[in-house]
Design a protein around this ligand. Sequence first.
Ligand SMILES: Nc1ncnc2c1ncn2[C@@H]1O[C@H](COP(=O)(O)OP(=O)(O)OP(=O)(O)O)[C@@H](O)[C@H]1O
Ligand SMILES: [Mg+2]
Length: 402
Amino acid sequence: MSTAIQFEHVSRRFVLHHHRARSFQELVIRMLQGQGNGRREVFWALSDVSFEVKKGEMVALVGANGAGKSTVLKLISRIIDPTSGRIIVNGRVGALLELGTGFHPDLTGRENIYLNGAILGLRRDEITRRLDDIIAFAEMERFIDVPVKHYSSGMYVRLGFSVAVHVEPEILLVDEVLAVGDAAFQRRCLERIDQMRANGTTIVFVSHDLNAVRRLCQRAIWLEKGCIVADGSPEAVVGEYATQSYAASAALAARRELCRHGTGEVTIEEVRFLDGEGRLRDFFSTGESFTIEMRYRAHKVIERPVFGIAIHRSDGVHVTGPNTQFAQYEIPMVRGEGVVRYTVPFLPLLEGTYYVSVSSHDRDSICMYDYHDRLYPFCVLSGAEERYGLVTLRGVWSWKEE
Ligand SMILES: Nc1ncnc2c1ncn2[C@@H]1O[C@H](COP(=O)(O)OP(=O)(O)OP(=O)(O)O)[C@@H](O)[C@H]1O
Ligand SMILES: [Mg+2]
């Protein structure tokens, strides 16, 4: 297999200007005071990044905001140059980059299609031949002769994506802006990307939709502060990335205090998710063994306490609410510290993000000792076998001709 894209020790520096003068007057005053126009800071968006993408591969770039993903795409499409290192790109590049990149605001949609086509090396008649398809896919018939500066962000993305896929690129770059489009358009884009992948187009895909990454890509590269921290199978890389980013989520920490109430006689100190081997995880596949572990502290002797959990899907659907009492699992007494585990040998949930609540209360459900409302998220990745909906029923099909 030959190489489509190669990065050799690529670094890219930006210069950030802090406290820029807001007016000419302010600038003159600063100059007279000998301060210049603010402080300059050198910032490395990418440091010593090396990777290779083979022809026909579909690779995802994942990572937190500011990690350098869009910078990689801009370097591949030659919108910017590396500060050091070498980049080799073999093949025509179609790209849907960050909003606004690649479009001239004063030109109409139609004129921008010609401009983009010309930049990519297409002749005018080649563009004219594709024009109707581009406009139709973008569903932009009504707005195609309006200057693009009047477009909504969704319209930008529609046209940008349509141009990128219709110039018959050998390499397709898609930045996460796809998420700006509505659900129906997103689905059509993902279908189109899938089709192009099947036809052998090399694709670099930036997305925060980790399920799409797992479903579509053969490989994932995780960027963190401008460096590659992992490069491998989507299962492994996405799993690692998701686990780390959940743990680091500041929003979650803020929720911790808000969504907690109870008398405090028993407090739930820690909640963790474990896989079949007892390893810590926030990411599971349908059918895997799944354990919720609660570490508690009883501040006095409590007889026959009940521990429970609830699982909600991210859209608010209450999936289940088991507790030790329903299961007739009696805990005679608690004092001091201990652990309660709830194990599901075969996780029936399908793809999605779920939130776990935990509680500890007395056996008459009158006194709530501690309750954490939907504080603990975990993800289920799409299993290969079943899709659509909430759970797998593990039903068995049969067929007989009569
Ligand atoms: N033109 C620029 N001038 C200055 N700094 C820049 C420029 N472009 C990018 N950066 C900086 O480089 C870093 C990497 O940016 P980049 O857009 O590649 O991140 P990203 O991984 O795409 O993030 P996101 O998920 O938010 O899209 C950021 O800290 C950003 O502020
Ligand atoms: Mg970006």
